[in-house]
Design a protein around this ligand. Structure first.
Ligand SMILES: Nc1ncnc2c1ncn2[C@@H]1O[C@H](COP(=O)(O)OP(=O)(O)OP(=O)(O)O)[C@@H](O)[C@H]1O
Ligand SMILES: [Mg+2]
Length: 453
């Protein structure tokens, strides 16, 4: 039914209720009626009402009380009808959040106009709310794309670790999605309503890093014109993401450890400590175990941040995910650039799958953005890929040559000679021809490698 909206009429005068019900039904509204505030409240809270028209003075619950009660459970505009023409009561009603105020006897047309306005406003508000939620969702819960085995493992590990309030160390090559994982951990944690704050520990010298993390008091150093909270305090109740922690200077590592142990920081130049409640997620593309052995990363700090380790797999180990991600980035880039690019040509797809992606997902993302900008038809073709991707040839290594370990040239030669001999049924003259040796050389090699032909 294409109704103008659902109106609830609340008035202790049942004759008036009936009259308004008839009039408004004719105008296309769906109408419910109630002859007391309490009854009206029950209907409003249990059914989908767009707008309420209520008498002001009623036995029991008055129109204003009804308006207040409804406002506490849902957002429905209330139009108050009253026979009392006092400006005072009108002001009071509007102050209490009543949507509109009309005098009895009300003309049907006037009421219809007021109702239409209220219904329209409510629909708009619902629409805006919906849009806002959709945008918030798409920016907050940025999808972790991937269906390969290593990615399924990653996603399940994230889901298990996120709710636990433990420190997490995210490791992996550059561009594998470590920050994305850190955000996912925050979003799936009980701290989701709190802040997520990220800082790159490699990007600044120790002194600046200290004042960023711990804050500083006014005048602590030349540029400290005003006091500033550090990121630990700013992230209170939320998650602090320490990116590139492997590059944190040694002197800062000691201070960080102390802060984490005591859950307190002393701002630079200050004497009073500040408390914080923060979950730390750190990330690194360095081998921290090795850094600990080499003495460039504190072992005690390592144990503190490495309670659970979440490794992000390199893109080249994710198989068909490369194409899934490519499609994901194509759709995003095409929408942004307002271009009608739908996909990728089969030949270009093959190149993407073959390439080894040293820059991982970030490199793929850049490659696709460039491709979307260059593509002339509705597909990304080989010509739209960067030279290094187009020119890449995979080094085919036969599995039995590798056998899981790296071989010496001699060992490779030995195996190759055996294989050739087998292929020519032990005919040494044929074998020497195939191998490009003279017979004498072949005999020498058979002897040296102990091959019994
Ligand atoms: N599985 C994924 N699904 C969708 N997008 C991804 C995925 N992994 C990474 N990305 C995107 O790739 C880009 C690089 O990811 P991110 O910044 O998280 O990598 P990183 O590991 O922190 O890299 P670096 O070590 O260089 O800082 C980001 O734009 C991120 O949104
Ligand atoms: Mg990063």
């Amino acid at each position: 039914m294409n109704s103008e909206g659902h109106v609830l009429i609340v008035d202790d005068d049942s004759a008036l209720c009936e009259m308004l019900e008839d009039g408004l039904s004719v105008k296309g509204f769906e109408v419910s009626t109630a002859t007391s505030g309490q009854k009206g409240f029950e209907i409003a809270s249990s059914s989908n009402v767009d707008v309420i028209v209520s008498d002001l003075n009623m036995e029991g619950m008055s129109g204003l009380e009804l308006s207040e009660a409804v406002a506490s459970v849902k957002e429905v505009p209330v139009i108050v009808l009253t026979g009392e023409a006092s400006i005072q009561s009108a002001i009071e009603a509007l102050r209490l959040g009543v949507y509109d105020f009309l005098l009895k006897p009300v003309k049907l047309d006037v009421l219809v106009l007021a109702l239409r306005r209220a219904v329209e406003k409510r629909r708009l508000r619902a629409e805006v709310e919906q849009l806002r939620n959709a945008v918030a969702e798409s920016t907050q819960f940025e999808a972790i794309v991937g269906e390969s085995h290593p990615m399924k493992e990653l996603v399940s590990l994230v889901a298990r670790v996120a709710p636990a309030d433990v420190s997490v160390l995210v490791t992996g090559e550059s561009g594998t999605g470590k920050e994305l994982v850190a955000r996912a951990l925050h979003q799936r944690s009980p701290r989701v309503e709190g802040p997520f704050i990220a800082i790159n520990c490699a990007a600044m010298p120790a002194s600046l890093l200290e004042s960023e993390l711990f804050g500083h008091v006014q005048g602590a150093f030349t540029d400290a014109k005003a006091a500033k909270d550090g990121l630990f305090v700013q992230a209170d109740g939320g998650t602090l993401f320490l990116d590139e922690i492997g590059d944190m200077p040694m002197e800062m590592q000691a201070k960080l450890l102390r802060a984490l142990q005591e859950q307190r920081v002393r701002p630079v130049g200050g004497s009073e400590e500040r408390q914080f409640n923060v979950r730390v997620v750190a990330a690194t593309n360095k081998d921290l175990d090795e850094a600990v052995e080499e003495g460039t990363f504190r072992e005690d700090l390592f144990y503190r941040i490495n309670v659970v380790r979440v490794p992000t797999p390199p893109l080249r180990a994710r198989g068909r995910d490369i194409l899934l991600l490519a499609q994901h980035f194509i759709e995003r880039a095409a929408t942004r650039a307002n271009r009608n690019i739908r996909g990728i040509s089969p030949a270009a797809a093959e190149k993407l799958v073959t390439y080894d992606w040293p820059g991982n997902v970030r490199e793929l993302e850049n490659c696709i953005e460039r491709g979307v900008a260059l593509a002339q038809g509705d597909q990304i073709t080989i010509d739209d890929l960067p030279e290094r991707v187009r020119a890449f040839e995979s080094v085919a290594v036969e599995p039995d040559d590798l056998g899981g370990t790296l071989l010496t040239v001699q060992e490779l030669e030995r195996r190759h000679i055996i294989r050739v001999l087998e292929a020519v049924d032990g005919n040494k003259t044929r074998a020497a021809e195939v191998l490009g040796f003279d017979r004498r050389t072949l005999y020498r090699k058979l002897e040296r490698y102990g091959i019994d032909a």
